[in-house]
Structures are given as C-alpha cells and as structure tokens.
Design a protein around this ligand. Structure first.
Ligand code: FAD
Length: 411
C-alpha cells in the first residue's frame, strides 16, 4: 500500500494528514510527532491560555477521534531521527522504521534562546509548546514583575496577557520600535501607545545584557548602561529558528529553512516541506518569487493543503500562491496584516488612528505589498482578495485621494 509519512504533528503536519484524506488519498497516512499531546493550535498559548481564566482553554486542532476516523495513524511522542532517502525510509529515535513513498517534513521552528549571562536561571522562559505555556502560566500566577525581552508578536501578546493578571510588565526591545520586522512605523507607534496606556513600561532601543538571580531564581534584568529592573519572570520572545537538522543530515538543500519549489518539493521530489520549517518562492514578497519563510497559521494550513495536492496529483495541481496573512490580539485590539509588507517605502494611512480604527497601506514604489489593519476587519478581508488577484488598481495616489472607498475596488 502506498504510504505518506508526515514528520511533525503541529499545525502544518496535522492539516496535511487531514487534507490528504479530504483530497481522496487512499494509501497509508502516518503522522509522527515528538510531542505527547494530540495536535493543537499555538495562537492561544500566548493569548487566552495565559490570561485570567486561561486554564479552561482547549487548544486542540481537532478532536482526538478525528485521526482514527480518517484512518490516520498518529504516532505521538515519537521523534524522527533520520531519513534514508535511497531506501525511502524514515528512522525514528525509538528504533522504528517507516517506509514511505512520499515524506512531508513539517518540523516547525523552536524559540531562539537568550544567550546573555544568567539566561539559564529558573524563571527565564520561552514559549512554543503547550507545556511551555503551562509552565509560564503557573509562574505568572503569583508573580509580580515580568520582563519581556523582544517586542515582537509573542512578547507583546504575553505582555498583554500578563497585564490582565495584574503583573507589572516591562518590554525591552533592541530596535527603536515594536514589531519592527513585521509592521510599518505607524502601527509600531500605535502598539507602543497601546501598551503604555495599559501600564506597560516600553523600553525601545535598549538591550538586555544579563539576568541576575538569587538562589538560582531570576530577580533582576540588566540593561545596556547598567540599569537593572526587577523581574521574577522573564520571557524571551526573540525569534524562532527553523527545525532543519533532519533535512540537512539527509543532504537536502537548507538555507534558513528547508528549500522547496513552488509545489513544496525539496531537492528530493519524494520529500516535501511545509510550514515554519520551509522556505519557498513567493510572488508576494519584495523580490518576485524570492524565497521566503513564514511563521503563521495561514501559511501552515494553506501549505498543508497544497502539499496534499502535490502528493495526490504530482503532474497536475497549481503552484502554491496563497496570500500571506497574520493577526495578533492585544488588550482586545485586533491587528490584521494582509500580504508581506516588509521592505515598503511608502505608506498611506486611512481611517482614524486616534480612535484606534485605521489601515496602513504599504507600497514599494507604486506596488501594493500589503495592508495592516487595526480594528478594520473589512479592510483586511477586501485587501486579501485584491492581493490574491493581480488586477487591482490601488496606488499610493488612489488610496490617498479624497473620497477613496476600498469597497469600490471589489470588482
Ligand atoms: P509547529 O506548529 O511548531 O509544529 C511542528 C511540530 O513538529 C512540533 O510539534 C515539533 O515538536 C514537531 N517536530 C519537530 N521535529 C520533529 C522530529 N524530528 N520528529 C517528530 N516531531 C518533530 N500564527 C498566527 O498566524 N497567528 C497567531 O496569533 C500566532 N500566535 C502564535 C503564538 C505562539 C505562542 C506561537 C509559538 C506561535 C504562534 N503563531 C501564530 C505561529 C503559528 O503557530 C505557527 O506558524 C504554526 O504553528 C506553524 O506550524 P508548523 O506545523 O509549521 O510548526
């Protein structure tokens, strides 16, 4: 019986297994995941699950019965160690061997570790897994001072959740603005104001140089210049590193992600890679079809379906071309991003920034790269559709013109 083996039972891996069945794949589907939990979603880990009352949040992606009902063999708590490409066999740490016809790598990413002196003290956390989130939650309950290192998506969501628990929170960001890799300057500014209004100490262009403790527990964080701030919990949200080792050991092409083509095939066409671990050509990036690696639920889920199509229909099917989109919730405010806005050189803001409802249209020259919307879900939905096509006529001039109405663009 032909067999697809999927490595990594996170968002991308679980969705790929489910999509194979939804698309009519009749062979064996084996889903191998090193975590012991049934596949779950990560977005709630830094939001609802940490906030007050979060212990009741259920993060499961599907009910446990979903997998056996679809004849998907879910092997939890099993780590894949190696790939015998010639023999088309996946080797597990347990010694088990799984022959495959197609292999899908969905190994995700892991948090970049804080490397300053003292980073190994108890109370210094990163956040990726359900077990990380439970540890952090139990540490936050009863704590007083949280220092978040890194003003990106995860750090800011943790800061927001910790405020609902009543902690004193400081965010230390090495760049001169929050979420500098992900959003435009007006949105960064808005977020900084939002956090300050909610009582967070936002320290920009500052660097954490050491963590100090007593009896192996964190007590203070030291910044450049020697200033020390109180901390009984530290969360480092300083980026993620793709899990590419298994691919590299098998001789597959890797460069900050497992390199894949537009059908999500690695340098070995029997092996695909999807989700946070994969780097793929995208027409939505700055350089047309330049390889990008994205960390989002949209990307994981859409690539899972596209990989299933590549497996089911290797000659047919279309290139992966989904419009990237992202979201974050902080203090009940919803920021949504359509497209890849990094590298823009012009922005046009519409709406009411002071009232907390606005969208920033990001252009490179005349080309619309994406739109960042705060409290304007309709702008987000429409621009996602416009970016999916190629015939919209949005330019910096048309968006800035008096009477501009995005809804008119929907044709
Ligand atoms: P993962 O979900 O990380 O799954 C990979 C799995 O593979 C893991 O379970 C890992 O243990 C396993 N694995 C790795 N190597 C092996 C091996 N050798 N053998 C067996 N198993 C292995 N995205 C959004 O769009 N919106 C959000 O609001 C949002 N919030 C987030 C909040 C947090 C706290 C985090 C951590 C991420 C968030 N993301 C969000 C990002 C999103 O969750 C990821 O992009 C998505 O989970 C990627 O799916 P993936 O399957 O590629 O990786």
């Amino acid at each position: 019986r032909p067999t697809v083996v999927v490595v990594g039972a996170g968002q991308a891996g679980a969705e790929a297994a489910v999509a194979l069945r939804a698309q009519g794949y009749g062979g064996r589907v084996v889903l191998v995941g090193e975590e012991s939990e049934t596949p779950y979603q990560r977005p709630p880990l830094s939001k609802e699950l940490l906030a007050a009352g979060g212990e009741r949040v259920d993060c499961a992606l599907y009910p446990a019965s979903h997998y056996p009902d679809r004849d998907i063999e879910l092997l939890s708590g099993e780590r894949a160690e190696g790939i015998d490409r010639e023999g088309r066999t996946l080797l597990l740490a347990s010694g088990r061997e799984l022959p495959y016809d197609a292999l899908v790598l969905a190994t995700g990413a892991r948090p970049r570790a804080l490397t300053v002196p003292g980073a190994g003290l108890a109370g210094v956390h990163t956040l990726r897994t359900l077990s990380d989130a439970r540890d952090l939650r139990s540490r936050l309950y009863g704590a007083r001072d949280l220092v978040v290192v890194g003003g990106g998506f995860i750090g800011l969501e943790v800061a927001s959740a910790a405020r609902t628990l009543g902690l004193d929170v400081a965010v230390v960001e090495v760049r001169d603005r929050l979420m500098g890799r992900s959003v435009s300057e007006p949105v960064s500014r808005h977020l900084a104001e939002l956090h300050r209004r909610n009582g967070v100490r936002v320290l920009l262009a500052r660097e954490v140089t050491a963590v100090h403790g007593e009896e192996r527990r964190v007590r203070e964080v030291e910044l450049d210049g020697g200033e020390r701030i109180a901390a009984d919990v530290v969360v480092a949200g300083i980026g993620a590193v793709p899990n590419t080792e298994i691919a590299a050991r098998a001789g597959l092409a890797v460069d900050d992600g497992i390199l894949v083509d537009a059908r999500l095939r690695t340098s070995d066409p029997a092996v695909l890679a999807i989700g946070d671990c994969a780097r793929f050509p995208s027409r939505h990036g700055l350089g047309r079809h330049a390889p990008v690696r994205l960390e989002s639920v949209q990307n994981a889920a859409d690539q899972a379906r596209a990989a299933a199509t590549t497996v089911c229909d290797p000659e047919g099917g279309a290139d992966y071309d989904a419009v990237p989109w992202f979201w974050t919730h902080q203090y009940g405010v919803r920021l949504q991003i359509a497209g890849l806005t990094a590298g823009h050189d012009r922005t046009v803001t519409v709406g009411d920034p002071a009232g907390g409802r606005f969208s920033v249209f990001c252009f490179r020259g005349e080309r619309l790269l994406g739109v960042e919307s705060v409290g304007r879900p309709a702008d987000h939905a429409i621009t996602r559709r416009l970016l999916a096509g190629s015939r919209h006529s949005l330019t910096p001039e048309s968006v800035a013109a008096p009477g501009f109405d995005l809804k008119q663009q929907q044709l």
